[in-house]
Ligand binder design. Structure first.
Ligand code: B12
Ligand code: SF4
Ligand code: SF4
Length: 369
C-alpha cells in the first residue's frame, strides 16, 4: 500500500462511472451506489453537534469522540476526493399493520423467532456480506481505473453514513432517522469508501443529488432536471413512527434519544434498561423494527416487492437456530452462544446480553417460552 500522503487523485466522468456501475453493482449485490465530493461541509452538522451536546447518544461514547473528524473525514485524509456510498437491501419492506413488526408478515404462526429478532439480524453478518460486495465493485472499478484507491467501511468507520447516502441521492432522511428510498423503503444497509476518485460533473459539495449513479430502482419516474434539489425528508405531516415508538425515543427537531432506543438496550448496552422501563421491550429479544414497520414507505415497498429483484435469501430465510426458546437463551452458555451466533449480527450483544434480553422478554411475556 502507498503512503497515504503520496496518493494522487484519479479522474473520471459521471457518465463513464454510471456505465461501469450498471454492470458491476448488480453483479456484486449492491442495489445503489453514489458519491459525494470531498471536502464536503455537512448540511446537518448543526443538528449533529446539538445531538451530541444534548447527550442523546445513549452512552455510545465513540459517537461523541473527535466530532470534527467525524463530520469531516477530509481533515485526516486530505488525499481523499470523494466518499463512495453503497446500499445493500436486507428486506423488501414491512407489511402494513404488521402484528409483529420484526416478523416479515410470517409471524406468529411461522416462528416466534421472527417476531422477536430484528430483520436486519436474520441472516449472515452484514458487515462481512456488504464489505465483500463493496470490495467486488471496487475491484471491478480498479480494472478500469488502475490508480483508484478506496477504503471501504460499513458501520465501523467514523462516518455519518446516512448523511452521505442522502447527499449521494440514495434516499431521504425520515423522522424515524432512517435513510428511506421512495421505492425500496429503509431496509438497506449502508457502506462508504473514502476514495481518490475525482468525479467530474457533481453538484457543489454539500448539496444532495436527485438520484444515485446506479440504482436498481430510479427514485422518480421522470428523470429530473440536474438543477433539482431533493428534499431532506418526504414525511409530509406523517408522524406514525414517532407515535408508535414504545419508548418515545424519537423527536422531529432533536433526533433520536439513543438512550431510550430498544436497539441500544438490547444490542449495544451491557447493563440494564433505564430504571422502570424493562416492560417497554415487550417481546423484542434483539433490536427493534417498530419505527420502520409502521412507515408508509416501507408498507408501499412491501406491496411492490414482486416488482424488484429478490433480497439476498440469507436475510429472508429463517436461520437454523430459530427454534431456540427463550428459556434456552436465558441460560445459554458462552460456548453455545458462540456455536449459534458467531458470524451473525447477534454476536454483538455478547452472551450475557442475550441471557439478560431473554430473561427480560420472558418476564414481559409472563413466562412464555
Ligand atoms: C450508533 C448507531 C445506532 C444507534 C443510534 C441510532 C441513531 N439514530 O443515531 C442505535 C443502536 C440506537 C441504532 C439503531 C439502529 N440502527 Co444503527 N447505526 C448507528 C451508527 C453506527 C452511527 C449512527 C450515528 O452516527 N448517529 C448519530 C445521528 C445524529 O446520526 P444519523 O442517524 O446518521 O443522522 C444524520 C442525518 O439523519 C442528519 N439529520 C438530518 N436531519 C436531522 C435532524 C436532526 C434533529 C438530527 C439530530 C439529525 C438530522 O444528521 C445526522 C448526521 O449527519 C450507524 C452507522 C454509521 N457509521 O453511520 C448505524 C446505522 C445508522 N444503523 C442502521 C440500522 C439498520 C439500525 C437499526 C434499524 C437496527 C435495528 N433494527 O435495531 C436501528 C434503527 C433505529 C433508528 N430508528 O435509527 C443503519 C441504517 C440504515 C438506514 N437505512 O438508515 C446504519 C447506517 C448502519 C449501516 N451501515 O447500515 N443504530
Ligand atoms: S427502533 Fe424501536 S425503540 Fe428505537 S426509535 Fe425505533 S421504534 Fe423507538
Ligand atoms: S413513519 Fe411517517 S414520519 Fe416516520 S419516517 Fe415514515 S413517513 Fe416519515
Amino acid at each position: 500500500m502507498k503512503n497515504k500522503s503520496d496518493i494522487q487523485p484519479t479522474a473520471v466522468s459521471q457518465e463513464q462511472l454510471r456505465a461501469w456501475l450498471a454492470g458491476l453493482c448488480p453483479a456484486a449485490g449492491i442495489e445503489m451506489m453514489g458519491a459525494v465530493p470531498l471536502p464536503c461541509p455537512l448540511p446537518h452538522r448543526k443538528h449533529w453537534d446539538q445531538w451530541i451536546r444534548q447527550n442523546r447518544y445513549g452512552g455510545l461514547e465513540y459517537l461523541a469522540r473527535e466530532p470534527d473528524h467525524r463530520a469531516d473525514p477530509h481533515l485526516n485524509n486530505p488525499w481523499a476526493k470523494s466518499v463512495l456510498v453503497m446500499a445493500h437491501r436486507y428486506t423488501a419492506g414491512w407489511p402494513a399493520n404488521d402484528s409483529a413488526p420484526s416478523s416479515g408478515g410470517k409471524a406468529p404462526e411461522a416462528s416466534s423467532w421472527v417476531q422477536r429478532v430484528s430483520r436486519y439480524a436474520r441472516g449472515d453478518d452484514y458487515h462481512k456480506v456488504l464489505l465483500k460486495a463493496m470490495k467486488q465493485v471496487l475491484h471491478g472499478l480498479r480494472a478500469e481505473l488502475p490508480d483508484l484507491i478506496a477504503f471501504p467501511a460499513t458501520d465501523t468507520g467514523p462516518y455519518l453514513e446516512r448523511e452521505y447516502a442522502w447527499l449521494a441521492g440514495l434516499g431521504f432522511l425520515g423522522h424515524n432517522n432512517c435513510l428511506i428510498h421512495e421505492k425500496l423503503g429503509s431496509g438497506l444497509f449502508l457502506g462508504v469508501a473514502l476514495s481518490n476518485l475525482e468525479i467530474h460533473g457533481l453538484p457543489e459539495a454539500g448539496q444532495p443529488v436527485a438520484d444515485a449513479f446506479y440504482s436498481m430502482a430510479p427514485r422518480r419516474r421522470i428523470p429530473l432536471a440536474s438543477s433539482f434539489v431533493p428534499p431532506v425528508h418526504m414525511c409530509g405531516s406523517c408522524t406514525r413512527c414517532l407515535d408508535a415508538c414504545p419508548t418515545d425515543a424519537l423527536d422531529i427537531s432533536k433526533g433520536m434519544d439513543a438512550g431510550l432506543c430498544l436497539s441500544s438496550w438490547s444490542i449495544e448496552w451491557r447493563g440494564q434498561a433505564p430504571e422502570g422501563m424493562d416492560h417497554k421491550q415487550g417481546g423484542l429479544l434483539f433490536g427493534c423494527d417498530i419505527c420502520q414497520a409502521v412507515c408508509p414507505w416501507n408498507n408501499k415497498a412491501d406491496r411492490n416487492r414482486e416488482h424488484w429483484a429478490r433480497v439476498n435469501s440469507s436475510y429472508e430465510e429463517l436461520p437454523h437456530y430459530c427454534d431456540l426458546k427463550l428459556l434456552d437463551l436465558e441460560t445459554i452458555s458462552d460456548e453455545k452462544f458462540r456455536e449459534f451466533f458467531h458470524k451473525t449480527p447477534l454476536w454483538r450483544c455478547h452472551p450475557e446480553g442475550m441471557r439478560r434480553n431473554a430473561q427480560r422478554v420472558r418476564k414481559n411475556l409472563k413466562g412464555e417460552d
